[in-house]
Design a protein around this ligand. Structure first.
Ligand code: FE
Ligand code: FE
Length: 399
């Protein structure tokens, strides 16, 4: 009786985390074969617009897994087409391997929602679940997993193995974003990176310079997490309104507004990688301030990828901290980010009122509020915010 496991996913694209996980699965579960199964249409999530077709995803996956003993890539779900229900897949595999032991590999969050899967009770009859958990899982999370596993065992006679697998914390979404910013290669097996480059997948090699606003907005929003999109649009609209009021270019304001958080969805380690890529010095930022770097990386990408002008890029660059002696557009983006209609916090109404009557007073109040909050939380203060505060307190004459 052979031990076979199924490792399913979108693999859009396959990345080093997947390859690492595949090797670990083989070793930890002492498998005879690991079948990597790209889904045609994943039942639980939508494939983002602009994703490569099935054939390209399959080719990238085969290239990534090539040469790993015991691993094979199956196009069963791609051939079947339509929604890729695991139940259907397991039925077919059970016909192929009637005497073998079949494991279905899933992650922790999948176990917790497993009872929402199509015909999950039948799945539990066809396969044993292999639940990969991280070794640094909190005690509470570990307890939740054990409780859920126990409930499935008691209620449905499920066979479940929970095992530690410290997979690389990396998502295909992050990889797609980093590909767009021109530094995806280090997340990818070399043969996969080559296919992406040669076939210009994931927008590689596209021309994004001087896009008309609607196209710019669409492209930028595709790089955001869903819950940040309304904020970017709100900031853009508010900045445009303020630009009209204060006599600055509405076009610049609208573009800077939509672009200001372009790289916000990236984690600190990706921010640092982008800083390296764009030659941005990070010395003025302590590690707990790396989140602020998204202003710098967004500005660099706005210039290099979208070809935005200096005024726009500078406003994006300083929106997180402010600085001494800001231009009108820099102030507008700083405050639009703070007061756009999706913002809800104590004092926002006063800030909104001031933004339309006394821009400097509004920016100063915004900076004061940020600094107060950081002080209250015992967090470090960035030097540029302190300089902006000092400048606005003493040198408000320049407007
Ligand atoms: Fe921001
Ligand atoms: Fe923002």
């Amino acid at each position: 009786m052979a031990r076979i496991a199924i490792f399913g996913g979108s693999f859009n694209p396959v990345h080093n985390g997947h390859v690492f996980a595949a090797r670990e699965f083989l070793r930890l579960l002492d498998l005879d074969r690991l079948i990597v199964m790209p889904a045609a249409v994943p039942p639980h999530k939508q494939m983002p617009a602009g994703s490569p077709d099935d054939a390209a995803r399959y080719r990238m996956l085969c290239a990534a897994m090539d040469g790993i003993d015991g691993v094979e890539v199956s196009d069963l779900e791609l051939q079947r087409g339509g929604k890729s229900y695991t139940y259907d897949t397991l039925l077919t595999l059970k016909e192929h391997f009637p005497k073998d032991e079949i494991y279905l590999l899933i992650g922790t969050d999948m176990l917790l929602s497993f009872d929402t899967w199509h015909r999950f009770e039948d799945i539990l009859q066809l396969a044993e679940l292999g639940v990969a958990i991280r070794s640094d899982l909190s005690a509470a999370d570990r307890k939740a997993i054990d409780r859920t596993a126990e409930a499935f065992r008691n209620r449905y006679g499920a066979r479940i193995t929970v095992f530690c697998n410290d997979v690389l914390e990396l998502s295909s979404t992050t990889v797609r974003r980093m590909l767009f910013f021109g530094c995806g290669d280090s997340y990818l097996p070399a043969p996969t990176a080559e296919i992406i480059r040669n076939e210009a997948l994931y927008g590689l090699g596209g021309n994004y310079r001087n896009l008309a606003y609607p196209l710019l907005e669409e492209t930028v929003l595709s790089l955001h997490d869903e819950n940040r999109r309304a904020h970017a649009v709100g900031c853009s609209r508010t900045a445009k309104d303020l630009a009209r009021l204060y006599g600055v270019s509405e076009i610049d304001a609208e573009r800077a507004g939509i672009l200001h958080d372009l790289t916000k969805a990236l984690r600190p380690q990706e921010q640092l990688r982008l800083c390296e890529h764009y030659g941005i010095m990070v010395g003025d930022y302590t590690p707990d301030q790396y989140k602020l770097l998204h202003g710098k990386t967004a500005a660099a990408a706005a210039e290099k990828i979208f070809g935005e002008n200096e005024a726009v890029c500078s406003a994006i660059s300083w929106h997180t901290t402010g600085k001494a002696d800001m231009t009108l557009l820099e102030k507008i983006i700083y405050i639009a980010d703070y007061i756009e209609p999706n913002r809800k916090f104590d004092g926002v109404e006063e800030l909104r009122r001031l933004a339309y009557t006394d821009l400097d007073a509004a920016v100063l109040l915004g900076i004061d509020m940020t600094i107060d909050l950081l002080r209250r939380d015992g967090r470090s203060l960035n030097r540029y915010s302190l300089e902006a505060q000092a400048y606005l307190r003493t040198g408000r004459k320049h407007l």
